[in-house]
Design a protein around this ligand. Structure first.
Ligand SMILES: Cc1cc2nc3c(=O)[nH]c(=O)nc-3n(C[C@H](O)[C@H](O)[C@H](O)COP(=O)(O)OP(=O)(O)OC[C@H]3O[C@@H](n4cnc5c(N)ncnc54)[C@H](O)[C@@H]3O)c2cc1C
Length: 377
């Protein structure tokens, strides 16, 4: 590995990294993917994926329904004062755990000839016209292009001195899987004071229960159990889901410091992809589709660059920035606005009343935070 050169090094093997690795390797591009954790492993995520990604995933050779993914076409929203609306999802989605999805994509990437290294990237250096990438175990690798698909927050953001990393972020999230009765075709968002919890089914009949809240709401209580009892379960629908289910995780998975600040899609010549380029609020349930879509966009441009159809690196970076913004800026700002409005505890029930009067608004709002079905090549 040391001294070996690659066309592309991909930092981070989540959905963005794995799908771009598969896409590029299908075009005979020499790819190294560096991922710090072992496959398979669980991730804090709602695991509801918009069906807009299906044509592209199928083209890459991945069909989630072969793995037992659930079709989801119904949406339910409840508020902390126990008001509820239901709607049909315009395009719908599927439920598949990240444990399974990332693992199967990893196996597909390997089968396509991607070199996969389990290690942490500690340093990325750009010199004249190429990159030198260093890892925790002292490996040095070179490539013409680097994709940064290392997720919402990483040691590399500190090294790159990205603006968002300087600011404290107040959000934390908790996830468990459970066994119990919950309709297979439904995704529910249950609002509570200071946050909301997503509920939907994944393969093997497991229910994903994943909530996000702000630290101020959480810190008053000593632990997750007390917080859930005092705040989360004030939403009766949510209490019932928890009461009727048996949690299968030994311990809940937690993450903190989740940031929704604006980021740049290109940083020190690294092409950022997925959450590394920008994160939509999980309330919108579109982060995974955005990660996969950005992987497709970056891969297509990299192929054109390596084939000489895009003449310079500067042009490549300009084109990617423009394409990324065209595809995601609107979705992100609608997502930020919705999240902002639902953060106001007094406002969420009023918004829900408006949506009950004008139910046609629900699919319209969902459409604004989602993309159209992705085109396969
Ligand atoms: C609480 C919560 C709920 C969510 N629910 C949903 C939902 O229901 N639907 C939806 O569509 N989206 C949801 N999202 C968003 C979704 O999880 C993300 O948008 C998606 O995971 C982004 O994929 P990614 O590939 O960019 O990053 P990730 O999947 O986070 O992958 C990044 C990878 O990089 C690796 N890495 C990091 N640093 C390094 C390093 N230095 N060297 C090597 N590897 C490194 C990490 O180990 C990780 O595997 C949710 C997010 C949160 C926080």
């Amino acid at each position: 590995m040391v001294g070996q050169d690659f066309d592309v090094i991909i930092i981070g093997g989540g959905l963005a990294g794995l799908t771009s690795a598969i896409h590029l390797s299908k075009h005979n591009i020499k790819v190294l993917l560096v991922e710090k954790t072992n496959y398979p492993s669980h991730k804090v995520c709602g695991e509801y994926i918009s069906k807009e990604v299906l044509p592209y995933l199928k083209q890459l050779g991945f069909n989630p329904f072969d793995l037992g993914a659930k079709h989801i076409d119904e949406f339910e929203l409840t508020t902390h004062n126990n008001k509820r609306i239901r709607a049909k999802l315009p395009l719908g989605g599927f439920g598949l755990s990240r444990f399974e999805m990332d693992f199967q994509l990893y196996k597909l990437a390997k089968a396509n000839g991607v070199t996969i290294l389990q290690d942490t990237v500690t340093n990325v250096n750009f010199k004249t016209d190429g990159f030198q990438v260093k890892t925790k175990t002292d490996k040095n690798v070179k490539a013409k292009i680097v994709i940064g698909s290392y997720g919402k927050r990483s040691n590399l953001d500190v090294q790159l001195q990205r603006a968002f990393i300087q600011k404290k972020s107040p959000y934390l999230a908790v996830k468990v899987h459970a066994k119990g009765n919950f309709p297979e075709n439904k995704v529910a968002l249950h609002n509570f004071k200071g946050g909301y919890c997503g509920v939907s089914k994944v393969e093997n009949d497991h229910i994903n229960l994943c909530y996000i809240t702000n630290f101020d709401a959480f810190k008053v209580y000593k632990n997750i159990d007390a917080f859930q009892e005092e705040i989360v379960f004030k939403n009766k629908a949510l209490r019932k889901v928890f009461e009727d289910s048996k949690i299968t995780f030994k311990n809940p998975l937690t993450i903190s410091q989740i940031s929704f600040e604006t980021k740049s899609p290109v940083e020190n010549h690294i092409l950022m992809c997925g959450d590394s380029a920008g994160m939509i609020h999980p309330l919108c349930g579109n982060g995974m589709a955005m990660a996969i879509k950005s992987a497709q966009l970056v891969s297509e441009l990299i192929i054109d660059y390596l084939q000489g159809k895009i003449e310079t690196r500067q042009k490549l970076e300009q084109l990617y920035t423009r394409t990324w913004k065209r595809n995601f800026s609107f979705r992100l700002s609608v997502g930020h606005t919705i999240a902002y409005l639902f953060r106001k505890d007094w406002l969420a029930p009023k918004l829900l009343t408006v949506l009950r009067w004008f139910p046609f608004l629900v699919p319209l709002i969902i459409k604004m935070t989602h993309g159209k079905p992705m085109k396969a090549e």
